[in-house]
Design a binder for this molecule. Sequence first.
Ligand code: SAH
Length: 213
Amino acid sequence: MKDTFKHKGLRQQLVNELKHKGIVDKSVLNAINNIPRHLFMDSGFLHYAYVDKAFPIAADQTISQPYTVAFQTELLQIKKGDKILEIGTGSGYQTAVLCEMGARVYSIERQNELFKKTSKFLPKLGYRAKKLIFGDGYIGLREEAPFDGILVTAGAPYVPTPLLSQLKIGGRLVIPVGDDVQEMTMFTRKGPKEFDKEEFGAFRFVPLLEDKN
Ligand code: SAH
């Protein structure tokens, strides 16, 4: 579990690339600059960890592309202490970004293998989510609602209603919606039954699957 000067240098280059691609939120860029992404990948391939691409992890899943992580996180406009629900813990990289930004993080994963692996790994790096849950993200986490933000990191064929109803007034749901290609979509809760909807272009994610495995 080493983080060398070489890794740090590559990370700085990645952060510059993300700035060129339009990411401006300093706390997001700072988190990416601080987190050793290579340790979140099975093989620890140095050359792939800091390329702006998605990469395979266990259980046929992927660690999201750094640009996508940055883009979704920026949309949430996170402040220290915000209560955030993530759907799709996966490698835990996005979870670490949220923790690093001072959010109180709850994260749900449906693949038991990934859930177990990431639950052990994140605390070793010093990232303590409030709760990691083995479960089905379609139903959200009612017992901890409402949330300042909900972040879905898999492609959802439709918008699960429980996620909308678990937002605070003023809270945001960031969710890629669609089957093969997803439209990055953000809902902002304006009132008990009122939501603003904005769209931010096409992205590609592994699918949000029903039920846990
Ligand atoms: N945030 C992750 C991205 C992992 S890819 C990272 O930074 O590495 C998406 C993840 O969503 C996968 O791990 C997949 O198993 C998980 N997933 C898919 N459907 C789900 C569901 N219904 N509930 C919870 N997690 C789900």
